[in-house]
Design a protein around this ligand. Structure first.
Ligand SMILES: [Zn+2]
Length: 361
């Protein structure tokens, strides 16, 4: 059993997400009628989503072996078999032994479910493991809400109760799933976005790297090797407790920076769509370099370059004004001005804003 030693799973690296990926389309009818309750087990809903993903693409059939599904979605072959027999009654039709079609549905309403949620490992509170089905379904619903939000990119607002009703989950399952997804950095919610009003609606975002990755919308699945579906439980000792505290702290700052930087980035993107702003911005960067060079080598050119710089700065400022933006809108508005939401002060010491925020909450 030599292989066991090398089986330590590594959690997903959001900076290095799989190049290509597939996703399932979990048709919302699979979750059952609101108020009536869920009829299918979650694994069957997932399999239904796999068949629907194919049916919805127009070629109408899904021909896949159980072992291939097992490889992609990490669901055991016996569970897959049970799922198909449950689905066959109402949701899918089977022509031959392994060819399935999703039965016609009135409306196209589905949650987008990334395959990487099924076969990657995540660090959930110090445990490196795959996501549970309930977590995947909650994550998929949030992905879909964030992608569908026309008013605000990568944001969605809902109460846990609403999500529980949508998925026919019990409230506790939704609460636990959201907590774990926040821990795993799949979703982000800043402290101030947590719902405090009566309706308890909170605002969530996807991890920005994951969001951009999904947006790029690469469809083909990569043929990467899949590790066995084992959960590795790490027993906590004093070191682990310290690691966890550090991770909590990092997660706190990660969420704050995301919020601050996302706003600035989206404003910058908006400004760059303006041709005048974009050209001036580029010129300013180039001129900055040219001036620095001229100061050393050709001091006589400096005045002329400075003049061009001033011109471009004016053009840029005018464009911003026309776009109803200010310089401030382009720079991240950090919650803590002392550490810029990094947690570390310029002198290398740790900032106390994390501890202070814990006292407030
Ligand atoms: Zn601070």
């Amino acid at each position: 059993m030599k292989a066991c030693a090398t089986l330590t799973p590594t959690p997903i690296d959001f900076n290095n997400l799989p190049e290509k990926h597939n996703y399932l389309r979990i048709h919302k009818t699979l979750y059952g009628k609101p108020g009536v309750g869920r009829v299918l087990p979650l694994s069957a809903i997932t399999i239904g989503g796999l068949v629907y993903a194919y049916s919805a693409r127009g070629d109408a059939t899904c021909v896949r072996t159980y072992s291939r599904i097992n490889k992609d979605l990490c669901i055991s072959q016996s569970t897959i078999a049970r799922a198909f027999s449950k689905l066959k009654a109402t949701f899918i039709t089977s022509d031959k032994q392994s060819s399935y079609t999703f039965n016609p549905v009135e409306r196209i309403e589905y949650n987008r479910s990334e395959e990487l949620f099924y076969n990657e490992y995540f660090n959930v509170r110090g445990v490196v493991r795959r996501l549970k089905q309930s977590e995947i379904h909650v994550a998929s619903s949030i992905v879909t809400k964030c992608l569908n939000n026309k008013k605000k990119a990568n944001a969605c607002t809902f109460s846990m109760r609403e999500l529980a009703e949508e998925l026919n989950f019990n409230l506790k399952t939704v609460k636990t799933a959201i907590k774990n997804l926040l821990y795993a950095c799949i979703i982000v919610r800043a402290a101030e976005e947590k719902g405090n009003c009566k309706a308890k609606k909170s605002t969530y975002h996807l991890n920005r790297k994951l969001y951009l990755h999904i947006k790029r919308g690469l469809r083909k699945a990569s043929e990467k090797a899949v590790q066995p579906s084992e959960t590795i439980i790490i027993h906590k000792n004093a070191d682990d407790v310290a690691t966890e505290a550090r991770a909590n702290r990092e997660r706190f700052y990660f969420a704050r920076r995301e919020i601050a930087e996302r706003r600035a980035e989206s404003n910058k993107a908006k400004a760059l769509k303006d041709a005048v702003f974009a050209t001036a911005e580029k010129e300013i960067k180039t001129l900055g370099r040219l001036i620095a060079f001229a100061e050393i080598r050709n001091p006589n050119d400096v005045a002329e370059l400075q003049k061009r710089m001033t011109n471009n700065l004016t053009l840029r400022a005018e464009a911003l004004k026309r776009l109803n933006l200010s310089e401030e809108d382009l720079t991240p508005k950090y919650h803590c001005t002392r550490c810029s939401d990094s947690g570390t002060l310029p002198n290398g010491r740790l900032c106390d804003c994390y501890e202070r925020s814990k006292q407030v909450n």
